[in-house]
Design a protein. Structure first.
Length: 304
């Protein structure tokens, strides 16, 4: 501890550094609160290496909340315990931006990392690595959701791209099995277009978005007239009547004679005039028996 003290300017009590003071020592400069010759309370420590910590101290250690700035540009803002990054925090570095839990200066617990290459991982961490259940979204829109081990896909993973969804199994990032589950009919682009289209009030705006050709009123009228004629044709074809024939309510026609109109009550009674075996009460003739198998059939089975 004596190596720390080289030049001190500040408050003292009972011959010890207590209160606010500034100390220039062998490894850097501390400017802040003291308690019984120890850095305790709010303060700023700048080391000769260029690293700076600004926040709360306790017994010469980082404790509470503070901000660490490294010479290489890395910045940590969050909770500190026993001199280490521990608890909730935000780390910004050349690798990306991490926000989540820390333990002993490592990403540990749950957190979200936006990497510098555009990938985003959200899930469990251990020893500063993606480790456990999580979801990784790559820069090209492909998503991997499942198990990770030491920054690698390991175990069961669901892979989703713009078109399909797959159930896959990995062993240290090596693909072992892959099965297509379903077609992703509404990918990220499809969802975006659908959302934009639903917010539009004008049909012309939707046509312009999906590049649909605009139709004139005459073309629309012809299309509707053609559709109506097709529907009328199908209705006439099913009923057996020509166009314009009206069917009395509560009645129907027979397939054998479409011009014959009967009531629904008569329809449920046995009609002996019909040629159908079922409606006339006749049973259909029995099916012919199956031909016997070849004579060498059983011999072949015994030889097998």
């Amino acid at each position: 501890e004596e190596d720390f003290e080289e030049q001190y300017e500040g408050e003292k009590r009972d011959g010890k550094k207590n209160g606010k003071g500034r100390l220039v020592f062998k490894y850097g400069v501390y400017d802040g609160m003291w308690e019984n010759n120890m850095m305790s309370g709010m303060g700023r420590l700048e080391l000769n290496t260029g690293n700076v910590y600004e926040g709360t101290f306790k017994n010469n250690k980082f404790e509470g909340c503070g901000t660490l700035r490294w010479k290489n540009g890395k910045v940590y803002e969050g909770e500190m315990k026993n001199g280490n990054m521990c608890g909730k925090g935000l780390m910004t570095s050349e690798d990306g931006v991490y926000e989540g839990s820390f333990f002993d200066n490592d990403y540990y617990g749950t957190g979200r990392m936006r990497f510098a290459n555009g990938c985003v991982y959200e899930g469990e961490w251990k020893l500063g690595m993606m480790w456990g259940e999580g979801k990784l979204q790559t820069g090209n829109g492909v998503t991997f959701e499942g198990e990770f081990y030491k920054n690698q896909k390991h175990g069961k993973v669901i892979r989703t791209d713009a078109k399909n969804v797959y159930s896959e199994t990995y062993n240290r990032d090596n693909l072992e099995t892959s099965f297509k589950l379903k077609k992703n009919s509404k990918g990220s682009v499809g969802k975006f277009l659908s959302k934009v289209a639903s917010s539009m009030k004008s049909k012309d705006d939707k046509d312009a978005l999906f590049n649909r050709p605009k139709q004139t009123k005459e073309e629309v009228a012809k299309q509707l007239d053609k559709r109506a004629k097709n529907n009328q044709y199908h209705r006439n074809d099913r009923s057996g009547f020509s166009s314009g024939t009206k069917i009395p309510p509560g009645t129907m026609t027979t397939l054998e004679d479409p011009s014959r109109v009967i009531t629904k009550t008569e329809h449920h009674k046995k009609d002996t005039s019909c040629n159908s075996p079922v409606s006339s009460g006749l049973t259909p003739p029995p099916l012919p028996p199956c031909p016997p198998p070849p004579s060498d059939h059983f011999v072949t089975l015994q030889q097998r």
